[in-house]
Design a protein around this ligand. Structure first.
Ligand SMILES: [Zn+2]
Length: 327
């Protein structure tokens, strides 16, 4: 029923691609990150992910137009003798899991997910299913994120100390998802915020989708206020013009900051484990709650397969198979 081509999943009976990295006629897109959301003729997705994709694709308007087939969470539709349902993955705004139910059972594709609640994302859901294909980015036992409140308090303390020391705190965070959550955390504490243009574009989409964000300014070299907190995409590690030769302190927001080498890798002074993925206990918790008879894994440590098997769970790494018949 399922096959893998170019590391992308294809569901044959539905003629449906899932998060394909190559442009397809019709593809399900789980969320707006660029390693999942590519331009296809028709994107099957949630209304919020459609808005995020529109904002992200806008700069490439010269390309062939894309159309969106939108489905709200928990509003199933029928297709070729199967019932399909999208439900929240809690990863970034609009992120969804896909459930496919047929005569012979139910299958869930999680896409990227997390289980903790967030200030800016729809609460995640776990549904019971027969087979789950899940990501396992942090599928090693050392990846246990501290409680969210603790991480948030550390971020606020770092920003305050830095401003009190007459330096600019710079947080490196992905433009989609992490940056908006950082804005909510730091803004709630009353800290003035300045954000990169890409962060602003997506923050505007979040606001249009009903997420409340604190006041913020878009970064301009000429008008940048040195008494504000700067939120910047990690891809643009080089500090912006207005900060050259100015005292700054930098921090990266990623689950990988639990690794000793992370600060060296990201080139920052501090790292805070604010993640949009499930940590190791949350991955196990997902399996426990979904109660699948089979777990398929992708995007993560391959040895998570053996950890699940040791717990008596039937698990396989998806990329070990070109084709899988599940039903
Ligand atoms: Zn993602």
């Amino acid at each position: 029923m399922f096959s893998l081509s170019q590391k992308s999943l294809y569901v044959e009976p539905l003629d449906l691609w899932i998060d394909s990295l190559r442009s397809q006629e019709r593809c399900y897109v789980s969320h707006g990150h660029s390693d999942h959301a590519r331009e296809h003729r028709t994107l099957v997705t949630t209304p919020n992910t459609a808005r995020i994709c529109c904002a992200r694709f806008a700069r490439r308007a010269e390309r062939a137009p894309v159309t969106f087939e939108e489905h709200a969470f928990n509003e199933p539709w029928e297709e070729r003798d199967h019932r399909l349902t999208l439900f929240s993955a809690g990863h970034v705004l609009g992120s969804a899991q896909l459930m496919i139910e047929g005569e012979r059972g139910s299958f869930v594709y999680t896409g990227d997910f997390k289980l903790r609640d967030s200030l800016t994302v729809e609460p995640p859901e776990v549904k019971r299913c027969d087979v789950v294909l899940m990501e396992c980015t942090y599928g090693r036992p050392q990846y246990v994120f501290p409680p969210h409140d603790e991480v948030a308090a550390q971020m606020v303390a770092f920003a305050r100390e830095t401003l009190e020391g007459d330096a600019v705190p710079v947080f490196f965070a992905y433009s989609l998802g992490k940056a908006q959550e950082a804005m909510a955390i730091l803004g709630r504490a009353g800290l003035p915020l300045t954000v990169h243009g890409a962060v602003e574009t997506l923050a505007q989409v979040y606001e249009a989708c009903g997420v409340t964000l604190p006041p913020y300014a878009r970064y301009h070299a000429e008008t940048f206020d040195l008494r504000s907190v700067l939120i910047w995409p990690p891809g643009g590690k080089a500090l912006p013009k207005a900060l050259r030769n100015k005292p700054v302190r930098t921090a990266v927001l990623t689950g990988w900051s639990l690794d000793r080498s992370a600060l060296f890798r990201y080139g920052t002074e501090r790292g805070f484990a604010l993640s949009d993925h499930a940590d190791y206990p949350a991955l196990l918790q997902y399996v426990e709650r979904a109660q699948p008879r089979k777990v398929l894994l992708n995007h993560g440590w391959r040895d998570f397969v053996y950890r699940l098997r040791a717990l008596g769970i039937d698990a396989e790494y998806m990329e070990d198979h070109a084709q899988l018949s599940l039903f």
